[in-house]
Design a protein around this ligand. Structure first.
Ligand SMILES: [Zn+2]
Length: 503
């Protein structure tokens, strides 16, 4: 199977041409250009995303990546693609810090990674991220990794050294195309990252496929003795198992470009002779206090702490409010702005729900709103088709929300049929931006008992207001607010919505 060539859209860094509204265009980190996206098999997209090394809790920098990949997955489905999304969980990586922690706590390595695997999946779900088609767990695929290493050995792309098995880089001439890393410089030791692990290699750029276990390290059995696979071989073996030899989209954070993705390409293409990935995508770092958020420097906030402090929807909207290839700072101001935007959105959804359920006949001014509803659908697609520009998609959606609020303020009424249409389009957009949080935090479905209770309290409040007993009426509004219900008065009566689900 020969992959289809991809059509280049720009010849520069990918920002000079107008996006085509009807065609998804993706910036390919491999070609450094925007390219029109078409999957290898019509209608079906294969996607492999590098997941977490589960030695620690996920921080907000990781969350930026996974929230973005979730929006990509969901938008591809929005366009009608059948998406097969596989993401790995690295429960195999051991470093000195981990070994030190284990010896201090007495916890086994297996127990630590099992605990953090559960935490990782929980944290993703908290952020409204859908589970991928498959979470491929590294330790459950040792057999596939050993088979792939054996194929590399059989084809002379690998060799056995005293301390493990290595990929022989001299057999792969295209190395460096993704990262721009120059092998000549590597050989002179210019890259500390590669040379810091000095094993018994033939050449400096050669990287480990299998490492023999040192004393006290966890290990697995292999034809070459007890040890553990290298990190890079993990992703090649698992992506090939579930998605075949050529994947449509693969990516991770920008720090995955080198050496991880560069090495993954080398070992995969050496074995198959086919392109490994058609579209490479990489998410930029998240900054905190002016420095990159990173677990190694200790400059990070865990995703679960951020969600506890603000709310999952606020964190998620904040992370998508900057284009994924741009640097962004995680600041209080960013979160507060997102909070305000979410409130506007909740208000709009509640207003549309109010008109949708109140059997309002078509209104003379519905045409204007109808046009805005059609426009937002088109504008959302134009923004997302331009290399998944979530920042612009969110801005356009908020502009629509503003015009909706003006319309309601001005004309007071919206026909029920049109309100339902508006709700449906907002839901489609909201599911891409907020994922599973749309129905939990933005437009929660109310059970009928809750609905009746809130309506009862509001009717009582209205009665008190008509009797001009405003202070008691206000007590009821405050009581509802404390219980998580926002109330706004309109000329048609109060509109209310739930701002949070009970914990
Ligand atoms: Zn990977």
């Amino acid at each position: 199977m020969t992959p289809k060539p991809v059509r280049r859209i720009t010849g520069t860094q990918g920002s000079s041409l107008e996006p085509m509204s009807s065609q998804l265009v993706i910036y390919n980190s491999f070609s450094k250009q925007k390219e029109a996206f078409e999957p290898l098999q019509p209608g079906k997209v294969s996607m492999y995303i590098c997941g977490l090394t589960v030695n620690y809790l996920m921080h907000v920098g990781h969350a930026r990546c996974y929230v973005f990949w979730d929006a990509v997955d969901r938008y591809l489905r929005y366009l009608g693609f059948d998406v097969k999304h596989v993401s790995n969980i690295t429960d195999i990586s051991v470093d000195d810090n981990i070994l030190k922690r284990l010896s201090e706590t007495g916890e086994s390595f297996q127990r630590l990674v099992t605990r953090h695997t559960q935490d990782y999946i929980e944290d993703r779900r908290r952020l409204g991220i859908a589970d991928p088609y498959i979470y491929s767990i590294a330790t459950q695929h040792i057999h596939e990794m050993i088979e792939l290493i054996q194929q590399l050995l059989d084809q002379d792309h690998a060799y056995i050294a005293d301390d493990g098995v290595y990929f022989r880089l001299s057999t792969y001439s295209k190395y460096g195309q993704l990262s721009g890393v120059n092998l000549v410089k590597l050989k002179t030791g210019a890259s500390g990252r590669i040379t810091e692990d000095e094993y018994d290699k033939e050449a400096v750029g050669d990287f480990a496929l299998w490492k023999h276990a040192s004393q006290g390290e966890p290990y697995w059995h292999s034809p070459w003795g007890p040890g553990r696979p290298g990190w890079h071989i993990e992703c090649s073996a698992m992506s090939m198992k579930y998605l075949g030899e050529t994947i449509d989209i693969s990516g991770g954070g920008e720090d995955n470009i080198f050496p991880h993705h560069e090495n993954s390409i080398a070992q995969s293409e050496a074995v198959t002779g086919k392109p490994y990935v058609r579209f490479w995508m990489h998410v930029r770092h998240l900054m905190l206090n002016g420095e990159r958020m990173s677990k190694s420097t200790g400059n990070f906030i865990t995703a679960r702490d951020a969600v506890m402090k603000y709310s999952a929807a606020v964190v998620r909207l904040s992370l998508l409010s900057t284009h994924y290839r741009k640097q962004m700072d995680f600041t209080e101001k960013l979160l507060e702005t997102a909070e305000g935007k979410i409130r506007q959105l909740q208000h709009a959804v509640a207003a549309l729900k109010f008109f949708a359920t109140n059997k309002t006949p078509p209104q003379p001014k519905d045409d204007m709103l109808s046009k805005a509803i059609r426009n937002i659908d088109a504008q959302f697609r134009i923004a997302m088709n331009d290399d998944f520009n979530t920042a612009l998609a969110i801005t356009q959606t908020l502009r629509f929300i503003e015009s909706l609020h003006h319309h309601v303020d001005e004309y007071n009424l919206v026909g029920s049929k049109l309100a339902r249409k508006g709700l449906s389009i907002l839901r489609n957009i909201g599911m891409v931006i907020f994922g599973d949080l749309y129905e939990k935090e933005i437009a929660p479905l109310q059970d009928s008992v809750t609905h009746q209770l809130v309506e009862f309290i509001l009717a009582e409040r209205e009665r008190l207001r008509q009797e001009r007993d405003f202070s008691r009426a206000d007590v009821l509004r405050k009581m509802l607010k404390k219980s998580g219900f926002e109330v706004i008065d309109t000329p048609n009566g109060p509109i209310w919505w739930r701002t949070a689900l009970p914990q």
